[in-house]
Write a protein that binds this ligand. Structure first.
Ligand code: ZN
Length: 450
């Protein structure tokens, strides 16, 4: 058996109680052994990777994004706007998205995440204008080509401005089209083995862009096929007001009424919940994706991470779409999580290790995956390696704290299933400069075409 000993890391965060100071033994895409200080591999190893200058983490897991939005970063008409007018400004631009632009946006976003130490991505794609009906197929092909672990969520919008919703007519689909395509995508792409690289979940966009019927039908379909359910919820106070006016219910009551309050569901943002709602979410095991930068950019509020976790909800981390972050750097997002949570909790109530936990095991739990998100025997060998070799780290003492507090942003090496995807801070799968040039051109075309 081909074995690799990741030997004597400078520091390591396992996201569990295991001591991995002696390193990790990798074989056949999995972690075979976790070695405590002074411990040696139990058998002969075929290769050794000297990790003495590396801080080692489980590959980071991103639980919410909209890859296509990388084409509308720092977009002038949308700058400095609140959520609803921000969306209404961007919808007409996004409506012109083409398959080629979408493929480039997906690849750029995934590689950007990879370079930040991320090995598993979840994307929420809900935009299917005419000509882009195969948006999820395009993403599936891209993620398989890159060899990254991905949960692609088939989003939907069915409530246009004509029916009291927010999106324009040109980007909504009928319920039958949405449900037929959802079934097709699950059957075509969703992998069920325990080392799945590609999963599909169902993801109506938000209460203000779909009908209650599509929410109910999606929940039934997800249960029938045993796949995840995802949406945006309780992001802003405006959304609370919308739900009360449109449905006569607060967002969580609405969610409950359409059959979504269960452990199959994970919600992006999850900010404006009261105490009773937090308890109900926890009792149901519903997951929350905390999106710190996006919540700060759109002045949405602060997720109640500690109360949600205490109630029983898995809580993970997400960069959110690049029109509201505007980067896709998950390691930077770990720092943002620490900083924003320190505005809610005392310093000893939310630590740098809590922030790292959100982006690793917390996120894996949100995606209902027990094979990633931590370093332990039997888990997939999805691992991120950082070096403290930039001026911002000079003089640092605790390496794990330095990653978060000094602000690491670029992984030195990344492996997925034991395969190197990044070495010496370079993406091994293609030409990043060419990808950026093509992507920038696609962004200009999309913006100038609307
Ligand atoms: Zn989002």
């Amino acid at each position: 058996m081909n074995t690799l000993w990741i030997k004597h890391p400078r520091a390591v965060f396992t996201s569990n109680r295991l001591d991995a100071s002696g390193g990790l033994v990798i074989a056949d895409g999995r972690i075979l052994e976790v070695l405590a200080a002074g411990q040696q591999p139990s058998g002969p190893v075929s290769q050794v990777f000297d990790a003495s200058t590396h801080v080692v983490l489980p590959g980071l897991v991103n639980t919410h994004h909209h890859f296509y939005q990388t084409l509308t970063r720092a977009c002038p008409p949308a700058l400095n706007k609140r959520l609803f007018p921000w969306l209404q400004t961007l919808y007409p631009i996004w409506a012109g998205l083409t398959p080629a632009q979408h493929a480039l946006a997906t690849e750029l976003a995934m590689v950007e995440l990879l370079l930040s130490g991320c090995t598993t991505v979840a994307d929420h794609h809900y935009l299917f204008p005419a000509g882009l009906e195969n948006a999820i197929d395009i993403q599936a092909e891209t993620s398989l080509k890159l060899g990254m672990r991905a949960t692609l969520t088939r989003g939907s919008m069915s409530l246009s401005v004509d029916d009291g919703g927010l999106p324009p007519r040109s980007v909504v689909q009928t319920e039958q089209v949405i449900l037929d395509d959802s079934k097709r995508l699950i059957e075509r792409w969703h992998q069920r083995d325990d080392q799945a690289l590609l999963e599909v979940a169902l993801a109506p966009c938000s209460p203000f862009s779909v009908t209650p019927d599509i929410m109910r039908a999606s929940a039934e379909l997800a249960a029938q096929y045993d796949v995840g359910l995802h949406t945006h919820l309780a992001e802003t106070e405006d959304e609370n007001a919308f739900c009360l006016k449109m449905f006569g219910q607060r967002p969580l009551d609405y969610l409950d009424s359409v059959g979504w309050l269960n452990n199959r569901t994970w919600l992006a943002h999850g900010i404006h919940f009261n105490d009773e709602e937090v308890q109900r979410l926890g009792n149901a095991g519903t997951g929350i994706c905390h999106c710190p930068s996006s919540n700060m950019v759109l002045a949405s509020g602060i997720c109640r991470v500690n109360e949600l976790r205490a109630a029983g909800s898995p809580v993970g981390l997400g960069v959110d779409g690049s029109a509201s972050n505007d980067h896709s750097n998950l390691m930077q997002e770990v720092r943002q999580a620490l900083l924003i949570q320190r505005l809610r909790y005392q310093a000893d109530e939310f630590t740098h290790l809590d922030a790292l936990h959100l982006a690793t095991k917390g996120s894996a739990q949100v995606l209902r995956r027990d094979d990633i998100g931590e370093l332990a025997p039997g888990k997939r060998a999805d691992i991120a390696f950082f070096k403290l070799d930039e001026p911002r780290f000079s003089g640092a003492h605790d390496p794990l704290a330095a990653l978060v507090l000094c602000g690491a942003s670029q992984a030195d090496a990344v492996m997925i299933n034991g395969d190197w995807k990044v070495r010496d801070k370079q993406w091994l799968g293609g030409d990043i400069r060419q990808l950026m040039a093509n992507h920038q051109q696609a962004a200009s075309q999309l913006f100038s075409g609307h």
